[in-house]
Each structure stands twice: as structure tokens, then as C-alpha cells.
Design a binder for this molecule. Structure first.
Ligand code: GCW
Length: 654
């Protein structure tokens, strides 16, 4: 049996009729990869005369500035031309060409990525575990070493390049003891071996670093970013890294967050910390991704004034404009933490003079641990389309912010995501989660791509099945986020998960704890009052128009109502239902929908390969069990709190 699933690079979905020969000049790491890909997909004969070839890869002699360094053109004719200014553009062009064939949609096109940074962050530890990973062990590390068999890394690099990913960080942002030494020999040589594989597919490698490295490694007794010795330490480290890996991307840093060290220890701010590292990287062209996930995780739940949602803005907004040019602030999509539904971070549209990337999560930390189906591109699209009303464009939606702030066409903006992949046969645990990795790549390349088009493309290139089966899978994907949201925490309030594991219901799991994650349910109502008038004042972090929308209970969208307001259970939603009836109805509907998925999946058994069929079938059974548990705990809890009967008289455990 093959070692790994071919995912969307599946040859069975690819029917090549018209191509027999090709021409590709040039000899470099990436052109060699293109030769391999051509061999894998087309088994063509290479010819040396253009007029004899069916397919010609053309690195443009005269640069076409409109294509930039990653764009490409595909011209379909008697001979098909794929042209670009660079080898990596040709590689992207070839993968696109295959994708068009898989989708039976071949036509001449020009493509240029909308974002220059299209990155994946891995939370892999050197012992082989993956923080918040639900798809097996690390593909990079095992037993405190780099893996011996690197074939899966090749496979993964191909998959990433095929959807235009151009950057990866390979280790957990929580950098523990041994991982601190990844910047040093002997581990650095191993990192360099991984960089070599990714380089062949146009992908740059980054490392997460420990801000306290000078102390942890035992060379200094301080990590103060203003200290000369500390500055020299990082300069020496980066010089050494670049000697080994000349195209090294740079560092990802989680500082002063969840017990990670950072500049606060020395009375410095985050610009001091980030700029110090940036200066060490700058001569080599490297950059620092500095995460904005900074909040007090030792909060007293009795304290109603402190609001975790406000933390990132409070820390970083005053520093806008004080970061070096090669610092990029990395901002989680929401102000809390990758909840199924939460508001969009108010830093977007507010920061004007700082490079930013948006951080998504593909790992299913709060979206069912790759045991529940959850099609993430739907969520990503909602976020990318969110209107900040910053003047950058008509509505200042997030995708425009990424492109245009802090300046027109800047080189250091884009999207990153926590990958969550592992060495499971299919890399993502749930076969249908492959659509999330695929979709993330597509949206990072072009945020305008529509979610149903992404689902369609992924299905066409992954499964060789009939139209009916394709439609069933597409329907499951597209409806899955709403289904999951229906049976979990209601109306944007979030959490209610088991503490630490973040799987399964626990209404009060986080309620009386230190993490700043509350729903404040009592006998009268529920929700977090984040208004300026009577609550924490979080709403004021948005630009005026959104401030007004969220501040006012009449204009606040239903799906975020409890994120912004405390309301009685009898509050009438825009849908016309009371909050309590909405809770009951959605929880019953969510479970019914999972039952329907199981039925539909069984219907298409004959179409599917047995491995994929069983993978999803087993997971759907678990999703069904878990959804019922969610439904019954949430409904029972709110029945007991409110004392209000379900209008439809369904079973609630009283
Ligand atoms: O909420 C938390 C996760 C942690 C993670 C952290 C982060 C890597 O539960 O596991 O740590 O987010 O994003 O840094």
C-alpha cells in the first residue's frame, strides 16, 4: 500500500488526452521539481524544439513586470505555453494547469497572487507531538531529532506548492527547552535539510524562537532586548543560521503570552523586542513574525472589568508605527482564540503603519478535532469579507486591508494559518479536512475565490466519482460549519468546551477559571456585555461605524449577539425567535443534520475508495455521538437556568 494519500494531486482524477511532449529549459532546484511533476502527471517526452512540443514552459527573457515574481500565464493553443518571470511562477503555472485539467476547465489565464505571504505555521514539538494536532505525529520531528524518512516532507511540499503556499515555520510557537537549540548545531543542520526540500518547491523555512534563548542556552543572564550582549547574541545566531541556510525566512515569536518569555520581563515593550530581532535578520533579508496573541491568562473571574478580547488592541495599537520594516504583526482572526464564531479583531483597519498578517487556524482545536466535519473556507470567507470601514477601499474589508496597509502593494502582508497536519495517511486526520488545507492555499492566493468553487475544485481533483456523489460531498462540506455551530456554544458566546482538551461540551468548563473566557449565564439571561455604555468597552476598539453596529443591540448581528451583549432568555432575535427557543431549535437541528450526513455518506459508498469511505464514516459516527452530548447538555443547562419550556415539547433532560 502507498505510504500517503495523494490528496488533491490524485492522478485518477486527471485525464490527459492531448499532451505528449514538453520543453522546459533551465536547471535549478525548482525546474528540477517541475520535471518531476511533469513526469508524475504526464509521463511526457521532453523535446528541444519549441514547435514540436505540446507544452512549453517559458521563463520570460524580457521580464513582464505585471506578473511580479510569482505570477504566471497559461496560453492554450496547438502548443500550450506556461510562462513566468521565475521558475517558481512556472511551477505554480504547471500545478494550475493540472488543476484546470482535473476540473475540465482548461482555458488561457493569467494569475498573480493577491498576497505576498502565504504561510503555514506548524506547532510541532521535537519529541514528535503536535500541539493541537489531531492528525498523527509530526512529519518533521521524532524522538528529539529530525525524522529519518523525509519522504512525507517531499509529499507535503508538493501539496503546498500546488496551492501556492510559499512559507512554513516548522516548530511550535511554544518553544520548549530542546527546540530552543534548533538555531544551533547539530539541530541546525537538520533544519537545513528540511529547508532544502521546501526550497525545491519555492517555499521558505522559518523557525519559532524562544525570546529567552540567550538565558536558556546559558550564555547570558538576561534576554533584555536593549542589552548589548543580547543584541550581539542574536546577531551571531542569525549570522550562523544564514551561513547554513542562505534563504532562511526568519523568526516567528510568541512573547509574553501564556507564560512564554518576552520583553515585559525587562520593562520593555513589544516593539523593543521585535525590532531587536528584526535588526539581526535585516542584513540577510529575514523578517520577524511577531504574534499579537498577548493577554493575561491569570485573570480573576470575579473581575468584570478586565476583558481578554481587548488585550491585543490595548497592547499593540499604541505601538503602531514603531516597528521596523521587517517586522510583521501576526494577528489571530478574532480577539479571543479561534472560536467557532467570534468577532473579527479590531486591529485590522486600525493599525495603519505596521505590516500585518492575518492568522487563521486549520488545526481543528475548537472545530471538532478532525472528528467532526468542518469546512473552514466558509469561516475564512466571512472573515475576509468583514467590513472594517477603514478608508483603504469602499468598505475596507479585511482582504483589502491585507493588500493595502500599511502601503500600496507592500511586500510583507498576507495570511498565515496553524496547519495542524500530521503523519496520518491523509495528513489531516479527517479526509474531508484536506479541503481546508487546499482552501486555505486558494484563499491566501486569492481571497476573492468563492467557497463553493473551492469545494468543487477540491472534490474534482480528489475524488474520481459521479456527479451525484460529488454533490453530496459538496453539500456536506458547505453546510458543515453551520451544523457544528448549531449544536455547540450559541450566538457567538464561544467556549463551553472541556477545559484544556477543547473537545466536547462543558458549559461551565471555563466559567470560574483564570482564562478570561466567560458566558455569564444566570437565571435571567446570558452573554458578555462588551458595550461602551454598560460593559467592558470593547466595542469602542472598532472604527466608528462598527462601533455603532455592535454597540447597539438592535443592529448587532444575531450570530454575534452574545459576544457583545448580555440579554434575557426571552430577548427576541432578528429571526423572530427568542434566545432560548433559538438555543433549543439549533441544537436539535444540528444533530438531525449529522444524522443526514451519515445517511448520505452511506449512499455513496460504492463510488468511494474504501479508505476514504471508512475514514469519514467512522468520524461521522463520533460526530453524531458528540453532537447529541452537546445538544443535551446545552439544552438541559439552559432549561434549568431559564425554566422556559421548549415550544415544541422535545426531550430535554429536566
Ligand atoms: O489558545 C491557545 C492554544 C494553545 C496555543 C495558543 C497560541 C500554541 O490552546 O495551544 O499555543 O493558543 O496560539 O499560542
Amino acid at each position: 500500500m502507498q505510504k500517503y494519500d495523494n490528496c488533491w494531486l490524485n492522478k485518477d482524477t486527471f485525464f490527459n488526452k492531448n499532451y505528449e511532449s514538453y520543453i522546459l529549459h533551465g536547471d535549478c532546484d525548482i525546474t528540477n521539481s517541475i520535471h518531476k511533476e511533469v513526469g508524475y502527471f504526464l509521463s511526457l517526452r521532453q523535446v528541444y524544439e519549441e514547435n514540436l512540443a505540446d507544452l512549453v514552459f517559458k521563463k520570460l527573457e524580457q521580464q513582464d513586470s505585471s506578473l511580479g515574481i510569482e505570477g504566471f500565464k497559461i496560453d492554450i493553443g496547438k502548443t500550450t505555453y506556461i510562462s513566468s518571470n521565475t521558475p517558481v511562477g512556472l511551477l505554480y503555472g504547471f500545478f494550475k494547469f493540472i488543476n484546470l485539467l482535473q476540473n475540465d476547465n482548461l482555458s488561457s489565464i493569467v494569475e498573480i497572487p493577491k498576497n505576498s505571504i502565504r504561510m503555514l505555521n506548524h506547532w510541532d514539538n521535537i519529541n514528535g507531538t503536535v500541539e493541537r494536532g489531531y492528525a498523527g505525529s509530526s512529519i518533521f520531528f521524532e524522538n528529539n531529532q529530525i525524522v529519518k524518512d523525509k519522504s512525507v516532507i517531499y509529499h507535503y511540499a508538493r501539496l503546498l506548492a500546488s496551492v501556492g503556499i510559499n512559507a512554513v515555520s516548522i516548530n511550535n510557537v511554544n518553544v520548549h527547552k530542546i527546540e530552543t537549540y534548533l538555531i544551533r548545531e547539530p539541530l541546525l543542520s537538520c533544519v537545513s535539510d528540511i529547508a532544502y526540500i521546501f526550497r525545491k518547491y519555492g517555499i521558505k523555512l522559518y523557525l519559532s524562537v524562544n525570546f529567552a534563548s540567550p538565558v536558556e542556552i546559558g550564555e547570558l543572564d538576561t534576554a533584555d532586548p536593549m542589552n548589548e550582549d543580547v543584541i550581539n547574541f542574536w546577531e551571531k545566531e542569525t549570522n550562523r543560521i544564514y551561513k547554513k541556510i542562505p534563504d532562511f525566512g526568519g523568526f516567528v515569536v510568541k512573547a509574553d503570552s501564556e507564560h512564554r518569555p518576552g520583553p515585559f520581563t525587562y520593562g520593555r515593550n513589544h516593539a523593543d523586542g521585535a525590532n531587536m530581532l528584526a535588526k539581526a535578520l535585516q542584513p540577510h533579508g529575514g523578517v520577524v513574525f511577531w504574534r499579537c496573541f498577548v493577554y493575561n491568562c491569570e485573570q480573576d473571574w470575579r473581575d468584570r472589568k478586565t476583558d481578554r478580547a481587548k488585550a491585543a488592541y490595548d497592547h499593540f495599537m499604541p505601538l503602531d508605527g514603531s516597528f521596523d520594516k521587517n517586522v510583521i504583526l501576526q494577528i489571530k482572526n478574532g480577539p479571543m482564540d479561534f472560536q467557532v464564531r467570534e468577532a473579527v479583531s479590531p486591529l485590522f483597519g486600525s493599525l495603519r503603519k505596521t505590516n500585518t498578517v492575518l492568522e487563521f487556524q486549520i488545526a481543528h482545536e475548537y472545530t471538532g478535532h478532525a472528528l467532526h466535519v468542518f469546512y473552514l473556507p466558509s469561516m475564512y470567507k466571512d472573515i475576509l469579507k468583514f467590513k472594517t470601514y477603514a478608508e483603504v477601499s469602499k468598505d475596507g474589508c479585511i482582504m483589502d486591508i491585507l493588500k493595502h496597509y500599511p502601503c500600496e502593494n507592500n511586500e510583507l502582508n498576507g495570511i498565515t494559518a496553524v496547519a495542524g497536519i500530521g503523519n496520518d495517511f491523509n495528513l489531516t486526520g479527517h479526509k474531508l479536512s484536506q479541503a481546508n488545507l487546499y482552501g486555505f492555499g486558494r484563499l491566501a492566493w486569492n481571497p476573492k475565490t468563492c467557497k463553493s468553487e473551492i469545494a468543487k475544485q477540491w472534490i474534482n481533483s480528489t475524488f474520481n466519482i459521479n456527479e451525484n456523489a460529488k454533490n453530496i460531498i459538496k453539500d456536506i462540506l458547505i453546510t458543515s460549519p453551520q451544523t457544528y455551530e448549531n449544536y455547540t456554544a450559541p450566538l457567538g458566546v464561544g467556549w463551553m468546551v472541556n477545559i484544556y482538551t477543547h473537545y466536547g461540551p462543558s458549559v461551565n468548563g471555563y466559567e470560574f477559571d483564570r482564562w478570561g473566557t466567560y458566558h455569564f449565564s444566570d437565571r435571567n439571561g446570558m452573554g458578555v456585555d462588551r458595550t461602551l455604555k454598560t460593559g467592558t468597552g470593547y466595542t469602542r476598539q472598532y472604527l466608528d461605524k462598527n462601533f455603532e453596529i455592535f454597540e447597539n443591540i438592535d443592529t448587532c448581528p444575531d450570530e454575534l449577539l452574545l459576544f457583545f451583549h448580555y440579554v434575557p432568555y426571552t430577548h427576541i432575535l432578528k429571526s423572530g425567535k427568542t434566545v432560548i427557543q433559538h438555543i433549543y431549535d439549533t441544537h436539535f437541528e444540528g444533530v438531525e443534520k449529522v444524522e443526514e450526513y451519515i445517511k448520505k455518506w452511506n449512499e455513496i459508498k460504492e463510488e468511494l475508495d474504501i479508505v476514504s469511505f471508512k475514514n469519514v464514516k467512522n468520524r461521522l459516527q463520533e460526530q453524531y455521538r458528540s453532537a447529541k452530548e452537546w445538544r443535551d447538555q446545552i439544552n438541559t443547562y439552559y432549561y434549568r437556568m431559564s425554566g422556559i419550556e421548549d415550544e415544541k415539547g422535545r426531550t430535554i433532560y429536566k
